[in-house]
Design a protein. Structure first.
Length: 345
């Protein structure tokens, strides 16, 4: 039964458009659920299913509710009578929806919600922390360094030092999705532009040595017997393509293959790394781990605690490849959310 369910989506993160697309897909499997949209500036709207479904170009155009906001903030919404006893399916991506902030709000009010708890969410959102936790359990990781972006001279010097160590680096936000803000550093001539971009953003960055290989991503679901890996997907870059926002969500310059055309040994290694990372970070419900498959095995990139649930996202792709029903998956996540709430009372 989905009448006690709230699909929570939107928010202020750079991935809020993807959140709307995920909510559109999830809502088709939960026809009796309430849909609560968090606007970029904070107010929360109760959105009819028909209005959500009618929104077009979700990946490029902001969703604009047609009705007035019900509450001025998420805190007010969660404190309302409408939130009591509800189970929240989190169709949030990036920012406060995935970094533990929203999870702490829900935990503090004893409300059930899908996905990892606030601690695991914060650890997964911090790519540096994820690397530490997973490496301690045996995961292979690339050389990396945290960058101070506040001082342009120090930042420029650090980038030159990196290029002296290796010819190519990937610069990514330390605590945010990698769809936005990704910078590939391939030559010293690119340092001034890269330093200017990172300094302008004024957020912590992680510089990771580029690893040559095939990009894979693997979903993990908490089943009765523990975490179980889904089929592996591969992302191939076409000429001039990049696995950024346009590549991930607009299909420009990328090709996604599920299941990935790899051999059984490579598949087993990739799935083992995904399960190891899921456990090391302390994820709950489901996750998706990105990695690079090298000639000597997979190298961890990052883990997502609330991966996309759009019709074209990897988790639905992998569920289909495993002959698992998306609706059953969603209801299983809701059951796990209620079980965690009940055991924590």
């Amino acid at each position: 039964m989905s009448s006690d369910v709230v699909i929570l989506f939107g928010g202020s993160s750079s991935e809020r458009l993807v959140s709307v697309a995920s909510a559109q897909n999830v809502s088709t499997h939960l026809p009796d659920a309430s849909c609560w949209f968090i606007a970029k500036d904070g107010p929360v709207f109760v959105t009819p299913h028909a209005e959500l479904a009618a929104h077009r170009n979700a990946f490029t155009d902001d969703f604009r509710p047609k009705t007035a906001a019900r509450w001025p903030s998420l805190d007010d919404a969660l404190d309302s009578d409408d939130a009591r006893g509800r189970t929240f399916f989190l169709s949030l991506h990036g920012g406060d929806g995935e970094n533990g902030v929203t999870q702490r709000k829900l935990e503090g009010r004893g409300l059930a919600f899908t996905g990892s708890d606030s601690t695991a969410s914060a650890n997964a959102f911090d790519k540096h922390k994820t690397r530490e936790l997973a490496a301690a359990k045996g995961a292979r990781i690339a050389e990396a360094r945290l960058l101070d972006t506040s001082n342009p001279e120090l930042l420029t010097r650090s980038l030159h030092e990196l290029m002296a160590r290796s010819p190519r680096w990937v610069l990514k936000p330390r605590a945010d999705g990698s769809s936005h803000g990704l910078v590939h550093l391939r030559a010293t001539s690119e340092i001034p532009a890269a330093a200017a971009k990172l300094h302008a953003l004024r957020i912590s960055y992680l510089a990771e040595q580029f690893v040559e290989g095939r990009e894979l991503t693997v979903g993990v679901i908490d089943d009765v017997d523990g975490p179980a890996a889904l089929p592996v997907s591969e992302v191939r870059l076409l000429d001039g393509g990049a696995f950024d926002y346009e590549g991930k969500y607009l299909g420009r310059g990328t090709e996604e293959l599920t299941p990935a055309p790899i051999d059984d040994g490579q598949r087993a290694q990739a799935q083992a790394l995904a399960v190891l990372t899921h456990r090391a970070v302390g994820c709950y419900g489901y996750s998706r781990t990105d990695m690079i498959l090298t000639t000597s095995g997979p190298v961890l990139l990052e883990i997502n605690t609330l991966p996309g649930m759009t019709k074209a996202s990897f988790i639905p792709q992998q569920l289909a490849a495993a002959n698992r029903d998306v609706k059953a998956f969603i209801h299983h996540q809701l059951e796990l959310a209620r079980a965690r709430r009940d055991t924590s009372k």
